[in-house]
Design a protein around this ligand. Structure first.
Ligand SMILES: Nc1ncnc2c1ncn2[C@@H]1O[C@H](COP(=O)(O)OP(=O)(O)OP(=O)(O)O)[C@@H](O)[C@H]1O
Ligand SMILES: [Mg+2]
Length: 313
């Protein structure tokens, strides 16, 4: 916090509407109850960025995608779902005073916590080094689902940057998302852990849709070879078809990027990795049907999906 008196939290970015987001959510549910049948609402495409092994480049990819999708004209929000160890704000050069922690505890509203990054997309920052946030309670998860529902009604695309592995809140977010982008590396340890995620999620939702990015590739083409091994194992053992999104080269320009600076994709449009990421975004748009928001019945929206899946975790 920045010395702001308790109860007088300053808005980081306020987007006004006649009815506040909580009001709209409540009003929508009230209407559903009165009508006895679900209403439909516009919903953003949600993309969870996940991995088995840690440090594969999820946050790098999630922040880069958010910036490039914004540049491509999509209303984009990045949600830092690495509960307890969030860092997307650092990768976007932002110093937020409020995070998901204040939002979920009811100390701040969504509009107070949302920040607009200098390079375009909105960010819902996560908390870092807060032990309570690392293991969110059921109440926290329900509050999180509600806020995601509100965000989804306003945006075109929601990029959800997850922590590594298969912690319950991480799996739940993958189950609730429309698409899962698995970020792996060509090494066998990363591929084995990526397969473990596919297996775990596919057992809970046979309709889960996976796209694969192979990051930090040394020799061009090794990414696709690694993907072929992963997809064969997934097809044979869990009957899941994976889709290849592309590879990203191991690039010193990425490693040397300092925290707090603007991301590479925002500062160097001609860098090798920026061009590669633009191709990846084009392919993402093709594979995900143009990343167009669509009308969804309220009982099938992201909030409802979270509520349903959490019962099976
Ligand atoms: N293509 C790349 N070339 C070089 N370095 C990279 C590349 N992608 C990511 N990195 C570096 O790898 C490190 C880990 O990246 P990042 O934080 O994005 O991983 P992560 O999967 O989000 O980690 P965590 O599991 O801890 O959330 C960072 O130092 C980042 O700069
Ligand atoms: Mg990360």
């Amino acid at each position: 916090m920045d010395g702001t008196a308790p109860g007088r939290i300053q808005a980081q970015k306020v987007e006004r509407g006649a009815l506040g987001p909580r009001g709209r959510g409540l009003f929508g549910r009230l209407l559903d109850n009165l009508r006895g049948s679900p209403t439909t609402g516009r919903e953003a495409v949600s993309i969870a960025i996940a991995s088995g092994k840690g440090g594969t480049g999820k946050s790098f990819l999630a922040t880069s995608l958010a910036v490039l999708l914004h540049k491509a004209g999509k209303r984009t929000v990045l949600v830092d779902c690495d509960f307890g160890l969030a860092c997307d704000h650092l990768l976007l050069g932002i110093k937020p005073t409020l995070t998901l922690q204040q939002l979920l505890s009811g100390q701040a509203t969504l509009d107070q916590v949302l920040v607009t990054a200098p390079c375009g997309p909105r960010l819902l920052p996560g908390a870092s080094g807060v032990r309570r946030m690392a293991t969110p309670s059921d109440r926290d998860l329900l509050a999180f689902a509600r806020e995601l529902g509100v965000l989804a009604s306003r945006e075109d695309v929601m990029v959800l940057d997850l922590g590594a592995g298969i912690a319950p809140a991480t799996v739940l977010t993958m189950l609730g998302a429309d698409w899962i982008v698995l970020v792996t590396q060509p090494e066998i340890a990363a591929l084995v852990d990526a397969y473990a995620v596919v297996k775990c999620v596919a057992q809970l939702n046979e309709h889960a849709r996976f796209l694969v990015v192979v990051n930090r590739v040394g020799t061009p083409g090794r990414g696709e070879m690694a993907f072929q091994r992963l997809t064969e194992v997934a097809r044979q053992h869990v009957g899941v078809e994976l889709h290849y999104l592309g590879e990203i080269a191991d690039d010193e320009a990425v490693t040397q990027h300092r925290l707090g600076q603007l991301p590479l994709v925002a500062t160097d449009a001609e860098a090798r990795t920026t061009r590669c990421l633009r191709t990846l975004v084009d392919r993402l748009q093709i594979l995900c049907g143009g990343l167009q928001p669509r009308e969804v019945p309220s009982d099938q929206g992201i909030e409802a999906r979270f509520r349903q899946h959490r019962l099976f975790l």
